[in-house]
Design a protein around this ligand. Structure first.
Ligand code: GLY
Length: 441
């Protein structure tokens, strides 16, 4: 097969690796892709940047030009903009949910109502499209509890940055005002109870009826250690995470399978990768924070390299509605993904565009570490900054201690001109503590 993958980040780099391992796959095209992903490959991998993820016609143009046997629409904007539908209508075999099914991600207000209809546990919420009504509502909430945690959340897609935490009336008002910064995506917004607990991510591949599940993971959305600082697209991830141990059956059957069944019953069957972001509260209750209609970035970098089953075969089985014939198997390793970002990210980093990136090749030499490219331009030995998140370093080991050690050993070999690289030092730290405290027999 010739596979075309739509997306440009480290997630798509990892997905391309999964396809590369498949005996069914001969060549891979990633659009728009990034310069780094074409290096050190075992099979031909090309990129074509002449498209926009917000313009399905430009993706169709490339599909017609390259005539792939399979198209994997991996990126959220492309899915939300109807790329899957358009490509399918033009006769291509496409892995990814339709625009209607992916509403579960791109319309968070609708998604909460869906959960309510299907009895899927979620935080208490209200939906608003009027700033003044929302302000009155939070004023009332803070009358009884002055530091109540709330999330003010844009209903549309905001690159993972649309949920703002408020812990006072004043900060809630500011967050409500900031919804207008998200443009159309923030016209409708939710005000949700802020739950305290441990968050996790969980992924299923589905053909609309059958689900097959991946090991749990956890991402680190904030810029700084101890989950402080601004929201980002994701600064790291680990897989599997110990916090979901013993809860897998519930998450898989009562949450993910129920969601897939609900979408099918409502006439919008979901095919592709379904992502559940959940929280385990202090009283051990699980609630769904959100769904996404694709792999998480950076969770994908931590989860997918552990898959032993042929990914090409899994995807074909999903497309042909025969996932029930497939079992997924995984290696028993732990992976820690640390994201390297340019300083300034997630705010303005334009002064750092074009700065040189050093040490990638040295990092690649660390045993058990892999580097996946994102916002990097140029040739392999002359890479420069062209995006906020630059790369993901993934360390793999027999336990979290070894996986962390490898990831951090590798990333410390990398830098951006004038010390302009930033990354979190505490990815996987909590799980490491939990692991070290758990008796081993
Ligand atoms: N890891 C968060 C996301 O992919 O949206």
């Amino acid at each position: 097969m010739r596979v075309m993958i739509i997306g440009s980040g480290a997630r798509e780099h990892v997905i391309s690796k999964a396809y590369e391992k498949s005996p069914l796959v001969e060549e891979i095209l990633v659009t728009p892709g990034n310069d780094f992903m074409i290096y050190n490959r075992d099979k031909p991998v090309a990129i074509d940047k002449n498209c926009s993820l917000n313009d399905p016609d430009s993706l169709l143009y490339l599909a017609i030009k390259y005539s792939p046997d399979l198209i994997d629409v991996a990126q959220d904007d492309a899915i939300a903009n109807g790329a899957v539908n358009l490509l399918q209508q033009n006769g291509f075999d496409v892995f990814g949910p339709t625009q209607a099914a992916s509403r579960i991600e791109w319309d968070k207000a609708w998604s909460r109502e869906f959960m309510r209809r299907h009895g899927i546990p979620s935080p208490a919420y209200e939906i608003f499209n009027n700033r003044w009504q929302a302000s009155d509502y939070v004023e009332e909430l803070y009358r009884t509890d002055k530091s109540k945690p709330l999330y003010i959340k844009a209903s549309g897609l905001c690159g993972g940055k649309g949920a703002l935490l408020a812990t006072s009336f004043k900060s809630a008002l500011r967050a409500i005002r900031e919804m207008s910064d998200f443009g159309k995506a923030g016209e409708t917004f939710l005000i949700e109870e802020g739950l305290i607990g441990e968050e996790f991510s969980y992924f299923a591949v589905t053909d609309g009826t059958t689900c097959r599940f991946f090991p749990s993971s956890r991402d680190y959305k904030r810029l700084f250690i101890n989950d402080s600082g601004p929201q980002t697209g994701g600064m790291g991830a680990i897989s599997p995470t110990l916090i979901t141990k013993g809860l897998e059956e519930y998450i898989e059957q009562e949450l993910l399978q129920k969601t897939v069944d609900g979408l099918r019953q409502e006439g919008t069957p979901f095919g592709g990768i379904l992502y559940l972001g959940g929280i385990i509260t202090r009283d051990q209750k699980i609630k769904v924070i959100e769904y996404n209609a694709r792999w998480g970035d950076p969770e994908c970098q931590a989860v997918l390299p552990g898959l032993k089953t042929d990914y090409g075969e899994v995807v074909l089985a999903s497309l042909e509605g025969r996932l029930d014939e497939i079992d997924l198997s995984f290696n028993d390793k732990v992976r820690v993904c640390v994201v390297g970002a340019v300083k300034g990210y997630p705010d303005d980093y334009s002064d750092n565009i074009g700065k040189k990136i050093f040490g990638i090749n040295n990092a690649r030499r660390v045993k058990g570490a892999q580097i996946f490219g994102a916002g990097m331009d140029g040739s392999f030995d002359s890479l420069t900054v062209n995006g906020g998140r630059l790369f993901s370093v993934v360390g793999e080991g027999e336990d979290i201690v070894h996986a962390r050690k490898r990831a951090y050993e590798a990333i410390t070999k990398i830098d951006v001109e004038k010390g302009n690289l930033q990354y979190r030092m505490d990815i996987g730290q909590k799980d490491q503590l939990l692991y070290l405290r758990t008796p081993k027999f």
